[in-house]
Ligand binder design. Structure first.
Ligand code: ZN
Ligand code: ZN
Length: 348
């Protein structure tokens, strides 16, 4: 099979390797599509992965090709998505059902082979069936959609809340869509005009190019006392300061973006604002497939069944495995700004 493997940071090679064989508790997936996550770019070109060579990619959909001895043959041929975090099921977090907080987890696409290949083996417990009628490219959006949903659920949005999203990247836009469907009035800022254009095409109207006006000034014009909730998705100190400056008294700042730099410092003015306004800071990590309180992946997949769902509209670039390395390199060099770019192996 063809697979894009990482040998060291920046050393990606398209190779022909044997199709892996599923262990008793695994299944072999024929990849339909695998999204490029914002985190894949620094992982591939800067930090590297936990072992080498390794196939990156953790946002994939596929069809079950072959099952290990512990899985029924009736799974063969089913369209599934795969939760990329593999919990140990033995530590204190797993014992409490908090799989995303597992102390000894494995992870598809960073610790073991992921979806930038024609086939991948995954633990049977990590696959989730996709409802009929959902295309494989849409279902490959499940992971980022679930992460965004998780953030919105953690923020406990109420109807009528005002929400600022700093950063109109994939996660920012997905958060904006969920926040809107939860009944919030959504404001968004970015410094890349193309991303704001996508936000506009999704129907958002309160958009600011933050290179022109400081976002917190703009927010104060729109909402006198600041917004109820800010989602910080940029991972830059300036985004964090904007978030704090734009928040209302007793508001919430929800931190979603991975830090883009070594440090995420805020000025003492913003630090004072957190104290004075009693702002709650909420951290977000991953998404939940637990039944309680909610399997967020199931919520997303049900949403995908709706006609004209806006989530699939975020897919701006589709490439073959032969073109994937070039696209990743262009994204790293900031030559292209896809909202969601995807390796597509097979369209269904
Ligand atoms: Zn991701
Ligand atoms: Zn664990």
């Amino acid at each position: 099979m063809k697979a894009l493997r990482l040998y060291a940071p920046g050393d990606l090679r398209l190779e022909d390797i044997p199709i892996p064989f599923p262990k008793p508790d695994e299944v072999l997936i024929r990849v339909l599509a695998c999204g490029i996550c914002g985190s894949d770019i620094p992982r591939i070109f800067e930090h590297g992965t936990y072992k080498y060579p390794l196939v990156p990619g953790h946002e994939f959909s596929g069809v079950v090709e072959k099952v290990g001895s512990e899985t029924g043959k009736d799974w063969v041929g089913r369209h599934v998505v795969v939760y990329p975090l593999i919990p140990c099921r033995q530590c204190s977090s797993c014992y409490s059902g908090l799989y995303t907080q597992c102390l000894n987890y494995d992870y598809l696409g960073s610790r073991r082979d992921g979806g930038f290949a024609e086939y991948v083996t995954v633990p049977r417990n990590n696959m989730i069936p996709v409802p009929d009628g959902v295309p494989g490219t849409t279902s490959a959006m499940t992971e980022p959609c679930a992460v965004a949903l998780h953030a919105v659920r953690k923020a406990q949005i109420s109807v009528g809340d005002s929400v600022l999203v700093t950063g109109a990247g994939t996660i920012g836009l997905l958060i904006a869509l969920w926040a809107q469907s939860a009944g919030a009035e959504v404001y968004m800022t970015d410094i890349v005009v193309e991303k704001l254009r996508v936000a506009r095409s999704l129907g958002f109207q309160h958009l600011l190019d933050a290179t022109q006006t400081p976002a917190s000034d703009w927010i104060k014009q729109k909402c006198k006392y600041g917004v109820d909730i800010v989602f910080e998705t940029t991972g830059y100190p300036a985004g964090l300061e904007t978030a704090i400056d734009s928040c209302c008294i007793s508001g919430k700042v929800v931190l979603v973006g991975n830090p883009a730099r070594e440090e995420m410092r805020v000025g003492s003015k913003q630090y004072g604002t957190i104290l004075r306004k009693e702002i709650a800071i909420i951290g977000i990590w991953n998404s939940s497939i637990n039944v309680y309180p909610k399997n967020e992946w199931q919520v997303v997949l049900q949403e995908f069944r709706k006609e004209n769902n806006l989530y699939a509209k975020l897919i701006t670039h589709k490439v073959s495995i032969e073109e994937l390395k070039e696209l990743l390199t262009e994204m790293y060099n900031k030559k292209v700004f896809p909202v969601k770019a995807m390796f597509v192996n097979e369209e269904i």
